[in-house]
Design a protein around this ligand. Structure first.
Ligand SMILES: Cc1cc2nc3c(=O)[nH]c(=O)nc-3n(C[C@H](O)[C@H](O)[C@H](O)COP(=O)(O)OP(=O)(O)OC[C@H]3O[C@@H](n4cnc5c(N)ncnc54)[C@H](O)[C@@H]3O)c2cc1C
Length: 386
């Protein structure tokens, strides 16, 4: 029997739970798999968009992380305060843990406070509290102007604010207030889903605009004036709103920065195929990293990539620890994403983001089938890993 080893998985989000489950499947029982998260629940984030319009309740899209214990994965709830990559050890709410490998999957921190007035003036599309509040706001809304805003061009799930705008439009239509409601999307980026290429970007823009949603790209918010219910953009342009739903600025968690694992762009640096950091046995996956692409932009932050990267890292660790002769795994940049447009319909974008010189991504026209597949995927996710 090989020597018992421990892998510490920091974060019980998309990347963390896939890594833990895959490792548990591949590693003999004597090896410890430990998942550490500050929350006691895992949230299927894609479904926040359905919570926003009342198609899901919070309890339908969350699972207790404690359930991992039943599978032989140890769950520890606590805040990761310090990572020591050289010693492969971490400090969690004052306790020390050390391992033989560490997988960092701590995601991106959301920092609405970086834009003056944003937090107090609107609702954060990317949190459960925000999605619940949006549903309350929409239910009480009698008509007026709704603004969807991206506060920075870099954010996870590049489709989400565009989906949010279309789902809000669908809600207003269904509830008989569409003719009294103006909907506008102000984006910091020059177009939707830019990394996926001009064809996908134009298609998503067309989906949004065909619903009568006004789209204003390249609008970088600088502050919100809460009393005036007014957004101020760089260059002095302003826009008023009655309801404001936003995607906040993101940044890498401070603890990863303190560990010296970030690059010049402010995100984690890893080998693009193995996800190993500059330290042997220390990996970083998912939203915390930014993998540069030849086209000049980083790989988008998305659950589909966190998932695939987690499997690669887990297989390679298991391969090393068990001495099995299976082939080394390599992350290949392939991914896909559903684009919800309302009316129980969705499109699908998919392709190879590692293709050079530019990603080769195609988009499938919206239909009921992709929406049903998204529902199936949600069910699969919440049962498969828990
Ligand atoms: C509204 C919305 C819709 C989305 N839709 C899609 C979609 O359709 N398709 C898609 O591919 N992606 C989608 N995403 C993006 C996807 O959810 C993320 O890319 C994915 O969750 C990233 O996985 P991760 O493991 O890197 O981070 P996360 O899933 O964010 O997990 C990070 C975990 O680390 C924990 N953590 C953070 N810091 C600490 C700390 N210091 N100590 C302890 N724990 C800590 C957090 O509590 C969290 O559980 C969507 C996201 C949102 C918000």
């Amino acid at each position: 029997m090989s020597e018992a080893k421990t892998v510490l998985i920091l974060g019980g989000g998309a990347g963390g739970i896939v890594a833990a489950n895959t490792l548990r499947k591949l590693l003999p029982k004597q090896h410890r798999i430990v998942v550490i998260d500050q929350e006691d629940k895992h949230l299927f984030a894609s479904s926040l968009l359905w919570v926003m319009i009342g198609m899901r309740r919070a309890d339908q899209i969350a699972r207790p992380l404690g359930r991992l214990n039943r599978k032989g994965i140890e769950f520890i709830q606590g805040h990761v305060e310090k990572i020591n990559p050289e010693a492969k050890s971490v400090q969690v709410s004052g306790r020390e843990f050390s391992g033989d490998a560490v997988i960092i999957s701590l995601g991106a921190d959301l920092v609405p406070e970086n834009i003056p007035g944003l937090k107090e003036s609107g609702r954060n599309i990317y949190t459960l509290d925000g999605a619940n509040a949006i549903y309350r706001d929409l239910t009480a809304f009698q008509g007026g102007k709704i603004v969807i805003l991206t506060a920075n061009p870099v954010y996870k799930c590049p489709a989400a604010p565009y989906e949010a705008a279309m789902l809000v439009e669908y809600f207003c239509r269904k509830h008989g207030i569409r003719n009294k409601t103006e909907i506008a999307l102000y984006a910091a980026e020059p177009g939707p889903m830019g990394t996926a290429g001009p064809e996908v970007s134009a298609a998503v823009r067309q989906m949004v605009e065909s619903k009568g949603i006004k789209y204003y790209p390249t609008h970088q918010v600088t502050e919100i004036e809460p009393k005036l219910r007014r957004i101020v953009f760089a260059g002095g342009v302003t826009a008023n709103f009655d309801l404001l739903f936003f995607v906040p600025p993101h940044r890498a968690p401070e603890v990863v920065k303190q560990a010296g694992l970030l690059g010049e762009n402010g995100w984690g640096v890893v080998d693009r195929n193995t996800l190993q950091t500059k330290y042997q046995g220390i990996y970083a996956i998912g939203d915390v990293v930014a993998i540069p692409l030849k086209m000049g932009k980083p790989l988008p932050k998305a659950g589909v990539f966190a998932h695939a990267q987690a499997e690669v890292v887990a297989r390679n660790i298991a391969r090393q620890w068990t001495g099995h002769q299976w082939e080394a795994s390599s992350f290949n940049g392939h991914g896909q994403c559903f684009i919800e447009i309302g009316d129980h319909r969705a499109g699908l974008g998919s392709g190879n983001f590692y293709a050079e010189p530019t990603p080769t991504v195609k988009i499938k026209a919206p239909g009921i089938a992709w929406h049903l597949l998204k529902i199936l995927f949600e069910k699969y996710w919440l049962t498969r890993w828990f």
